[in-house]
Design a protein around this ligand. Structure first.
Ligand code: HEC
Length: 128
């Protein structure tokens, strides 16, 4: 009984250790997400959105991104950033993960890579 008990403690500690490694890894990537969202050469999301952690510059062209982690699931957030037209055909938000139907993009490319979008969505999910 005692053995089983201490075994489960070690197991819990191991799980705790693993999850803190995973969240440390995630935390390291959040500054990149912030960079993609604020850099005018990349996502420049702040041109249209108020985002948590930014003071001074605020835009209300689009809705504030505070609370998006509650309003939308991960898949929906990926869709918003990749191609918002799928969710809202008349959207004014640019599609970041595709160049479909953007004939004048030369060379044809998406604004952000799938990895960059993944990092951004990791950050969006923390905004609850
Ligand atoms: C040109 C302006 C513009 C830019 C730049 C922009 N968005 Fe948007 N976004 C909008 C608008 C406007 C909406 C609201 C939907 C609509 O009416 O088209 C929106 C909606 C959203 C939503 C859904 C919000 C909600 O609560 O319903 C998310 C998430 C989002 N944008 C994320 C981003 C991210 C991340 C970036 C940068 C990679 C970005 N947006 C860049 C204009 C923009």
């Amino acid at each position: 009984m005692k053995l089983i008990h201490s075994g489960s403690i070690y197991f819990s500690l191991l799980l705790l250790g693993l999850s803190s490694i995973a969240s440390a890894e995630k935390a390291k990537r959040l500054p990149w997400a912030f960079e993609y969202m604020t850099n005018p050469q990349k996502g420049n999301c702040i041109a249209c959105h108020d985002i948590p952690g930014m003071s001074g510059h605020q835009s209300n062209f689009g809705p504030s991104l505070k609370g998006v982690g509650v309003r939308w699931s991960r898949d929906e957030l990926v869709q918003w950033v990749t191609d918002a037209r799928v969710l809202k055909p008349d959207t004014l938000m640019p599609p970041y993960g595709t160049h479909q139907a953007l004939e004048k993009v030369n060379p044809a490319r998406s604004a952000l890579s799938a990895d960059q979008i993944k990092d951004i969505v990791d950050a969006l999910q923390t905004w609850r």
